[in-house]
Design a protein around this ligand. Sequence first.
Ligand SMILES: [Zn+2]
Length: 287
Amino acid sequence: MKNLRYIFLTALLFAMSPCIKAQDVLAEPVAMQTSIESVDTVAMRTMLLNEAHIIPMSDMYPHWINSGVHYTATLPDSFKIDLRGYTMPTPSTRITDIFGYRPRRRRVHQGLDIKVQTGDTIYAAFDGKVRISSYERRGYGNFVVIRHNNGIETLYGHLSKKFVVANQNVKSGDPIGLGGNTGRSFGSHLHFETILMGKAINPAFLFDFKNQTVTGDSYLYRKPGSKYVENGKVKTAGPEPKYHKVRKGDTVSKIALKHGVSQKTIYKLNGINAKTVLRLGMTLRYQ
Ligand SMILES: [Zn+2]
């Protein structure tokens, strides 16, 4: 019912103001033209704008449900993620596992692991609204998913305590829980994910935990294979970068073989050469 009501209100909002998109509304709610409209229309529109605030980025996310972390949706060819107004989820700078494929477990690690102690405060990365606050015994343990006004969702896993409940509005920097070791976790850490329309993207594209900052004012996501124009030329977005964490016994040739790429590709992507000595724990891009 809520969805239906919402869809109706959204439709009405868009019908009334075809030039206003939700992004504009969020950024500049005062930019409405009021002079030529009746008071009733203004009051109605204000009400609708408030409705629009209730579900962040609801023009790109048709559903608001309190379950389901990842799902398949049609991503736009490109999407600019506004990173201003961020808060680092933890002051910890120690990454203990990177995003990507884990050969040993034969599954994709959908986030970054950051070392935190049980009881360390974890903060909301941006303004938004809690979509999921739940517990998974074999998975994330106590975890929270927030949908943000900038269009992404963030997930915080293995928490020892949650401070927020589903459908609660949060501000960037609000404490949302405490670090812990719940669920499938071996040693206390924060499992942190950044998710765009159901798809986990590498948090390292957005957040630089080592330097406790973001990678820029914004991050432009491009769907692999999508076309775009740059300097008057049509280009095709390449595959998403993928990384390998160097373990004991790894060589560039072994890493290349494992991921089905050439050694040359690895050299080129990382600005290294055959003489470079690999260090344990360093991350090498292979795609
Ligand atoms: Zn993890």
